[in-house]
Ligand binder design. Structure first.
Ligand code: PEP
Ligand code: MN
Length: 264
């Protein structure tokens, strides 16, 4: 069902208020790795509004390698995130980690994110097949393109056709970067599926100084959008500060992304 053989026309998602994801628009989503506080959200939302970015990312349930790391503000954080986002005309993409969260999160999110560690959580995918909200599925940490498409097929066949695929880097033998951003996946996915394809250069390379160039490369490779991490003070971020852009870097990237997209 997610194949181009089944549907030739590219899928375009409408989040409302003029926010679209898919062919014909460059989708930009930015924000912190983790939602931390009201002040943090206010500052980033102001930055997004100034730069006409309509979607904010930010996790309230964080999958952390160590149980001692910051694991997110949970539902209280999400409710505040939702309230502030609505005030600023911003849409929310945030990670759902387990089936039991789908229902409680439902009214407070615009796009459910399935994280790389949950790409093959088939119970979660089944549950998301039954909701009427878009789902962005990240490629698994060691997941193939085919496996990503199969995960999408779970949600689609469950009845939810509002899907976005996200290339966020895979684990390879290379240790010089956090992950290996597989830009090959972009044209391959675009050919194989009618679904929108988004690139996450932040997790893809994991090194702040290189994030912007990889984002631009993602757009040139044919991506329908970019999702990246930004924070007023990346050095103080509760998670992933080393790959997070500050507002000056983020504003410059947004300008360049729009230029590059116009060249395509
Ligand atoms: C994130 O978006 O902050 C995140 C945890 O991403 P991933 O699942 O790709 O590691
Ligand atoms: Mn992160």
């Amino acid at each position: 069902l997610v194949s181009r053989k089944w549907r030739v026309r590219p899928t375009v998602l409408d989040l409302g208020d003029g926010v679209r994801i898919g062919e014909g628009t460059l989708t930009l989503a930015a924000g912190p790795c983790s939602i931390e506080s009201e002040a943090q959200m206010e500052s980033i939302m102001q930055h997004l509004v100034e730069n006409d970015v309509r979607i904010m990312r930010g996790g309230v349930f964080k999958p952390r390698s160590s149980p001692y790391s910051f694991r997110g503000l949970g539902m209280d954080g999400l409710k505040l995130f939702h309230q502030l986002a609505r005030q600023h005309g911003i849409k929310i993409v945030t990670e759902v980690m387990q089936v039991s969260q789908v229902e409680e999160m439902h009214d407070y999110v615009d796009v459910f994110q399935v994280g790389a560690r949950n790409t093959q959580n088939f119970n979660l995918l089944d549950a998301l097949g039954g909701v009427d909200k878009p789902v962005m599925i990240k490629r698994g940490i060691s997941g193939s393109i085919e496996e990503l498409l199969s995960s999408a097929e779970y949600v689609f066949s469950g009845g939810n056709e509002k899907l976005i695929l996200c290339e966020r880097g895979i684990r390879t033998f290379e240790t010089a970067s956090r992950n290996t951003l597989d830009l090959n996946a972009v044209p391959i996915l675009k050919e194989k599926t009618h679904l929108p394809v988004i690139v996450d250069p932040s997790h893809g390379i994991g090194i702040r100084d290189y994030v912007a160039d990889m984002a631009l490369a993602g757009v040139m490779a044919g991506a329908d959008g970019i999702i990246y991490e930004a924070h007023e003070k990346p050095e103080q971020a509760a998670s992933d500060g080393a790959q997070t852009l500050n507002f000056a870097e983020s504003a410059r990237l947004i300008r360049n992304l729009r230029r590059v997209y116009a060249l395509r």
